[in-house]
Design a protein around this ligand. Sequence first.
Ligand code: ITT
Length: 200
Amino acid sequence: MNTKLLIATNNQGKVIELQEILSNLPVELVTPAQIGLNLEIEEDGHTYAENASKKALAFARASGLISLADDSGLEVDALGGAPGLYSARYSPKPGAKDADRRAYLLENLQGQARPWRAHFHATIAIATPQEDLYFAEGDCPGEIIPGERGTGGFGYDPIFYLTELGKTMAELPSKEKNRLSHRGRAALAARPILLRLFEG
Ligand code: ITT
């Protein structure tokens, strides 16, 4: 039986985290780059689950491997849940990078009373080449702060503050981020599904 699990993402930050989070499973993790797969999927779904399943299915079909995709986002209360599903594309600037998206988010929060409560959400979809689909979810609560702190992680991590820890996501060692994060929690919920798929 094939023990390869494809990490179905083009986001290098996610690849690194998922490799660490899933490292203790009895599977061989492979990335799209390792198998020469270059797929751009249009994320036109209306929910995290729709986008995650679209990505997982496309990678599973193209590779013939069980594929795990993550669709995630940052939801800020004072912005009515934005950027949410659009977190990866949240900037008017063409060719925007993570830093531009963080700056744009902070611009949009100017004038709003603090604390700027927020949470990260992740939906993991696992697709088999036979097109069976499984889902797992995770959330991580915190708040947005007006200045960047830390150099770890990716995306909005330097301005996402874990109130109880007194640190931003970007100030945490990767192990700690992965234990607490939306992605870490979703992956923990996905564990029994993966064990069944690979051991069953
Ligand atoms: P793939 O679709 O290829 O996986 P993507 O970056 O387009 O990559 P998403 O559509 O799921 O993935 O967008 C998620 C965005 O949400 C991501 O680009 C970040 O801006 C933000 N995000 C998600 N998880 C995050 C985390 O752990 N830390 C910081 N920002 C995060």
